[in-house]
Write a protein that binds this ligand. Structure first.
Ligand code: SF4
Ligand code: MG
Length: 331
């Protein structure tokens, strides 16, 4: 196992009070596997990623255990985490333009983590940067290395971000909505590149997205998050064919047909509850058409419904046996 996340909770201080943003999040990632984290915005996807990388605001309270290749990195000091970030684990974000420094050449930016984490000579670094640019499918690497971000298209910039993230051959790559800002054709090319890199390097990838089209294209397994909790996890085909949690089903129904990806998630009526107003029982209860009395008062636990398929919903309590006969419209 490459990454093992166990019972991770995160509280952030807001207006003098702590709010729980993540509640006992558990999942794992294997080498050579892409795990998707999906959910509407505000469900804790990005905060999960930032917790893994420990890119958290001051006074954040992080509990639980995070292991990267059996190292308990959640116990590391911030200083020790700096040696992990950009080295064993890297992250790429949605908007490459805000993440790239407009004043530095492409080459200089990619070189930065090589300077930080390796003892390569100047010449060796330049060679490595050119190889990285080739690896991410960018043409005329020996010229590109001396160009500035504004001279490049959005797709090229995202490739630069990937090259930066890949510079030190990370074991784990975390991608937070990496293609959301790109048009559909470029998006497809970037996703193809990520698949290629994964095959070539056997790194593990966490793909954070609210686009189930992206999930279908690159993910092996999926974690569905709702209001700071994991509510379902399954291999990607299983999740698409046999979603169990009413929230996951709602997300599936919001997938636009005919490959048109314009619409994003959000066709489920209502909104995600805020951490300050979390319902006592199931957090989805207010929006769930199948909610029962127990849902309002008791928190459902993750229950195995099939091999490798788990969900936290009172409909499936008792090892996958449905409690509610009225919910029999799907078997
Ligand atoms: Fe709906 Fe109840 Fe399941 Fe929550 S636990 S998703 S309210 S049926
Ligand atoms: Mg986000």
């Amino acid at each position: 196992m490459l990454l093992d996340v166990k019972d991770v909770s995160l509280s952030l201080k807001r207006e003098g009070k702590y709010s729980k943003i993540l509640d006992q999040v558990s999942f794992h990632v294997n080498n050579g596997e892409t795990v998707g984290i999906v959910g509407e915005s505000g469900c804790g996807k990005s905060m999960t990623a930032l917790s893994l990388m420990r890119l958290l605001p001051d006074k954040a309270k992080l509990d639980g255990e995070i292991r990267l290749e059996d190292e308990l990195i959640s116990s590391y000091s911030n200083r020790k985490m700096q040696k992990i970030r950009g080295n064993q684990a890297s992250m790429i974000f949605q908007d490459p333009l805000t993440s790239l420094n407009p004043l530095h050449t492409v080459g200089k930016q990619i070189e930065e983590s090589l300077l930080l984490h390796t003892s390569l000579s100047k010449q060796e670094r330049r060679k490595r940067v050119i190889k990285l640019l080739n690896d991410v499918g960018l043409p005329r690497a020996d010229e590109l290395i001396d160009e500035y971000p504004h001279q490049l298209s959005g797709g090229m910039r995202q490739r630069i971000m990937i090259a930066m993230a890949m510079a030190c051959e990370p074991k784990l790559l975390i991608c937070d909505e990496p293609t959301t800002a790109l048009d559909v054709t470029v998006q497809a090319q970037i996703l193809e590149l990520m698949n290629e890199l994964k095959e070539r390097t056997r790194m593990g990838i966490i793909m954070i997205t609210h686009d189930l089209g992206v999930v279908a294209e690159v993910c092996d397994r999926v974690i569905v998050m709702y209001a700071g909790k994991v509510v379902e996890t399954a291999p990607v085909e299983e999740l698409f064919e046999n979603p169990k949690h009413p929230y996951t089903k709602g997300l599936m129904q919001s997938i636009p047909k005919l490959g048109i990806r314009k619409q994003m998630l959000g066709s489920i009526a209502g909104t995600v509850p805020s951490p300050e107003n979390m319902p006592a029982g199931c957090r989805f209860a207010d929006r769930c058409s199948q909610a029962m009395d127990v849902c309002k008062t008791n928190v459902p636990q993750m229950t195995q419904v099939k091999k490798n398929h788990k969900t936290a919903c009172w409909l499936y309590e008792n090892k996958g046996v449905k409690k509610d006969a009225a919910a029999g419209s799907e078997q």
